[in-house]
Design a binder for this molecule. Structure first.
Ligand code: FNR
Length: 185
């Protein structure tokens, strides 16, 4: 990959000690230099209400602009009750409107789900992919990234805990860099 690509990272957890946020930082560190990953914050977005789009709240406009400027999107999220956390779904809905002006359209994406549990957020991962089909976000197929026992992937300092884990996470982000590179819209 020779061209630089700016990629928006959306984290589906708002808590300070979020495993998913720590993993997002780990991926930012492991990504090839050409893939410029930065977290786009979603915690301040008022709940989507179509009435508000007559005069969109400032955080919606800030969010839509940040996504519009990105070449791709990377979702890193926990699973809540076998589905997508509401805060992330809210961000997706805000980006999809007003009708005909979705900021997601055609941006290559990937979904990484992480959980301390064994299933690694499989349910959330595929519910999110269902929305991405409608939003015309080509989502990376392989490698699938259901990160089970994810609390063990990082050490107390938030660093990847072993060389094997480092290789595993690097393989995911390198595949995504290639995915972004080959998708032109
Ligand atoms: C969870 N958790 C969870 N885990 C899982 O593997 N499948 C699930 O369906 C759920 N459901 C769920 C619902 C709600 C409301 C909460 C708060 C938590 C546990 C979850 O994986 C765990 O709390 C993670 O640590 C959350 O991710 P962060 O915040 O560490 O990134």
């Amino acid at each position: 990959m020779s061209v630089e690509h700016k990629v928006a990272v959306l984290v589906g957890s708002l808590r300070k000690e979020s495993i998913n946020r720590k993993l997002a930082h780990a991926f930012i560190e492991l990504a090839p230099a050409e893939l410029q990953l930065s977290i786009v914050e979603i915690g301040d977005l008022p709940l989507y209400n179509q009435d508000l789009d007559d005069t969109p709240p400032a955080p919606w406009t800030r969010f839509r602009d940040e996504i519009a400027q990105a070449r791709g999107v990377l979702f890193i999220t926990p699973e809540y009750n076998r589905s997508v956390p509401g805060v992330l779904k809210n961000a997706i809905d805000i980006g999809s409107r007003p009708y005909g002006h979705s900021v997601w359209n055609g941006k290559p994406g990937a979904v990484i789900t992480a959980s301390p549990g064994g299933i690694g957020g499989f349910g959330a991962n595929h519910h999110l992919r269902q929305s991405l089909v409608f939003l015309n976000v080509p989502a990376m197929q392989q490698p699938e990234a259901y990160l089970g026992h994810a609390d063990q992937l990082l050490d107390a300092q938030g660093k990847v805990s072993s060389e094997g884990n480092r290789k595993f996470l690097t393989s995911i982000i390198e595949a995504f860099a290639h995915w972004v590179d080959i998708h032109h819209y």
